[in-house]
Design a protein around this ligand. Structure first.
Ligand SMILES: NC(=O)c1ccc[n+]([C@@H]2O[C@H](COP(=O)([O-])OP(=O)(O)OC[C@H]3O[C@@H](n4cnc5c(N)ncnc54)[C@H](O)[C@@H]3O)[C@@H](O)[C@H]2O)c1
Length: 278
């Protein structure tokens, strides 16, 4: 059984993933002693009331508006659940302070300067930047297979046409008139992360775990028969070949976010405290 989480858990953001994460952490047999939530300026009072209501006395809750105030509370680990900009802006100070950081906004690392800054800060602080699998899975075997030599990593993201509205897919095909699946984008993970930022986290995760942003191939599909979002990827390597397919269930708080992402974040946070890590 897990030891009581005597250290508090820092959380950046109070949107759908952060709030799902709070639900999951508070539901544990041994929940964290405290949650420290970092929000944007002007949101402290409203967030405190809502977060306390949500935690229902299972964890103490503090809400702060500056990363310095978050660090003063001495969190055992911080989970970033806010935005790519938040990961880039707050991440270095947290890591330099020696606090491990679990990031949801993995697409932030598609920017080489951000990756370098976070890497350097983690080295300086002797802390770890933890990249959870997020909406996808199979990252353990992909990163293990990388050690054997990867041949190809190909990702296909498939969504109903309406889910691609407001993206460059609109220029590539007539989304509303589709009668069969259409592959409207084939390119590198780097271009996919840039042109389709809502897919940036998955593309960046696969690239960082595997062949990198310029050698990981991404295909994006609009399928009029699709009822949800499907992530499929194929790995060919010297140690193992495998194919993964995951059908996301939407977060009840935000249908655009996979419910599994908050569980993946929770697993990464809880693993920082467990004696046996799976
Ligand atoms: N890794 C994955 O597979 C995966 C999957 C889905 C989403 N994400 C990423 O996770 C992040 C959160 O997603 P979400 O669905 O919860 O979004 P959301 O819009 O529901 O919530 C984000 C919250 O963060 C707050 N925020 C933004 N910048 C902030 C800052 N600098 N400081 C403090 N708070 C800030 C916003 O006000 C908002 O309340 C996004 O970057 C998203 O791209 C990752």
């Amino acid at each position: 059984m897990r030891e009581a989480l005597s250290d508090g858990v820092g959380i950046i953001g109070f949107g759908s993933i952060a709030r799902d994460l709070i639900d999951i952490l508070c539901a544990q047999d041994s929940p964290p002693a405290a949650l420290f939530v970092l929000v944007r300026s002007g949101k402290q009072a409203a967030t405190l009331a809502e977060a306390r209501r949500q935690a229902a006395g299972r964890c103490a809750v503090s809400v702060v508006e500056r990363v310095e105030d978050l660090l003063a509370l001495r969190p055992g680990v911080v989970a970033e659940c806010a935005s790519h900009a938040a990961a880039a802006a707050s991440g270095p100070a947290i890591l330099r302070a020696g606090v491990d950081l679990v990031v949801a906004s993995i697409g932030a690392l598609a920017d080489p300067r951000t990756e370098l800054t976070l890497r350097q800060a983690a080295q300086d602080g002797r802390a770890q930047l933890v990249l959870p699998a997020g909406a996808i899975g199979g990252i353990d075997m992909l990163s293990a297979a990388r050690l054997s030599g990867l041949t190809t990593v190909t990702y296909t993201g498939c969504k109903p046409p309406r889910a691609w509205a407001g993206t460059p897919a609109e220029a590539a095909c007539d989304l509303e008139a589709l009668s069969e699946p259409v592959v409207f984008f084939t390119g590198t993970a780097r271009k996919a992360a840039t042109d389709y930022p809502r897919n940036a986290n998955v593309a960046a995760m696969l690239a960082l775990a595997g062949l990198g942003l310029d050698a990981t191939i991404v295909r994006l599909v609009a399928d009029p028969e699709a009822t949800g979002n499907t992530h499929q990827f194929s790995v060919r390597s010297n140690a193992v070949d495998f194919d993964m397919s995951l059908t996301a269930k939407p977060s009840p708080r935000n249908p655009r976010t996979s419910a599994s992402t908050a569980y993946s974040m929770a697993r990464a946070v809880l693993n920082r405290f467990d004696a046996i890590v799976i």
